[in-house]
Write a protein that binds this ligand. Sequence first.
Ligand code: FAS
Ligand code: PHB
Length: 393
Amino acid sequence: MPSHQTQVVIIGGGPSGLLLSQLLHRKGISSIVLEKHSRAHVLGRIRAGVLEHGFVNLMREAGCGARMDREGEIHGGFRIAHQGRLDRVDLAKHTGGETVMVYGQTEVTRDLYAARDAMGGVIVHGAQNVQLQALMGARSYVTWDQDGEAQRADCDFIVGADGFHGVSRKSIPADVLKEYEKVYPFGWLGVLSETPPVSDELIYARHERGFALCSLRSRVLSRYYIQVPLTDRVEDWSDAAFWNELKRRLPDEVAASLQTGPSVEKSIAPLRSFVAEPMRYGNLFLAGDAAHIVPPTGAKGLNLAASDIHYLYHGLLDHYLRGDSAGLDGYSQKALARVWKAERFSWWMTNLLHRAPDGTDTDLRLQRAELDYLFSSEAALSSLAENYTGLPY
Ligand code: FAS
Ligand code: PHB
C-alpha cells in the first residue's frame, strides 16, 4: 500500500479544507487534502455569497485575496422589505465602518484551488472510502482508495473539513459526541441567472406568501431565493413560475424593475440549525459544516468555517512553531462559543423573515412587532449590524 507522511491530513477540499491547507503551507507546515469528488464537481456548487470582514482578511492572509478584492463588491448595507416598506440596514453606520464583501463561494474555492496549485499543494481528488484511524494515538493515520488502490497517510493531526455529510464527525464515538439540531419546516429555492441584479444591495423580503431574497454575484450575475415548502421539488418549479412568485413577494417598484432570464442553476436547499460537540476528539479536529450548519438567512455558514479555520490555524502554528498546544486544547471551546452566537443570530433572522406554515395570527403580529422594534431602535439595528458583518474572532 502506497504510504504518505505529513503533519496534517485534511479531509475535504471545500473552502474550509483548502483555506487551512494554504495557510499552513505558507508557514511551512505540511498537509494533504483528501477530496471525495472531482475539482469540477466541487466548483460546480453554488452556495454562499456574502463574506464577513474576518473571512476577507483571512483570504488576504492566505495570499488568495487579489481577485476577491478586484472583483468582489464591498457592501455597506442591505434592505429589508416588509409591510409595504423597504428599510435599509446601514451596516457601516451601526458598526463604526464595518462592511461585507459580496463574492461567491464558488469563486473563493476557485481562488483557493489556484493558490494551492501555485504552491504545489497536495490535493487528492477522487479519494474514496476515507477512514480515520488511531485518533487517540501519539500519531494517527488515514486510509482511502484511489483508483482502486489502497492508500495510507500517517500524520500528527486530522482535520475533518468534509461538510455535513462527511465521514469525520461520524468517526467520533456516539457516547462522546453530542448533536443539537433544529430542522425548519421550509426550504430555499435558489436561482442563478445571468441578469443584472435588481438592486445595488441585497434585499431580504418578509411577505405573507413567504420569504424572498435578492442577492448577486456580480453586475451581470444575480442570485435569487424564495421560501418553499419542504415537499417541493426543483422540477416542480419552471423558471416562469419562479420569477412570478418572486415578483409577488417583492415591493411593486422592485418587482417592476426585476430583469428575468433563464436559470443557469436552480436548486432547493433545506434549512437547519445543527451543532456537534465537541469539535475535537484526540488528534481529530472538526471545522466548518462538518461541525455545524446554520440556516443561510444570516449568511453565516461559510463565515463560521472561516473562524474555525482561524482558530485551528493559530493553534497548529503555536504547536509546531512554539511547542505550545494551548490553542489546540482550547479550540473546541473557543470555536463553539462563536458558533453558537452565529446559530442564535441565524435562527433569529430566519424567524424574523419567514412565514411559518403553522404560524398563527399571533405569531404574525409578534413578527411585525419585531420588525417595527428593529427599525425604531438604534440599539436593535446595531445588534443586527454587528452580527451580520461578523462578531470578533
Ligand atoms: P463543504 O461542504 O463546502 O466542503 C466539504 C468537502 O468535503 C466537499 O467538497 C465534499 O465533497 C468533501 N467530502 C465530503 N465527504 C467526504 C469524504 N468522506 N471524503 C473526502 N471528502 C469528502 N452559506 C452561506 O453563508 N450562504 C448561503 O447562501 C449558503 N447556501 C448554501 C447552500 C447549500 C445547498 C449548502 C449545502 C450550503 C450552503 N451554505 C451557505 C453553507 C456553505 O456555504 C457552507 O458553510 C460551506 O460550504 C462550508 O464549507 P466547508 O466546511 O468546506 O464544507
Ligand atoms: C447568496 O448570495 O447566496 C446569499 C446571500 C445572503 C444570504 C444567503 C445567501 O443570507
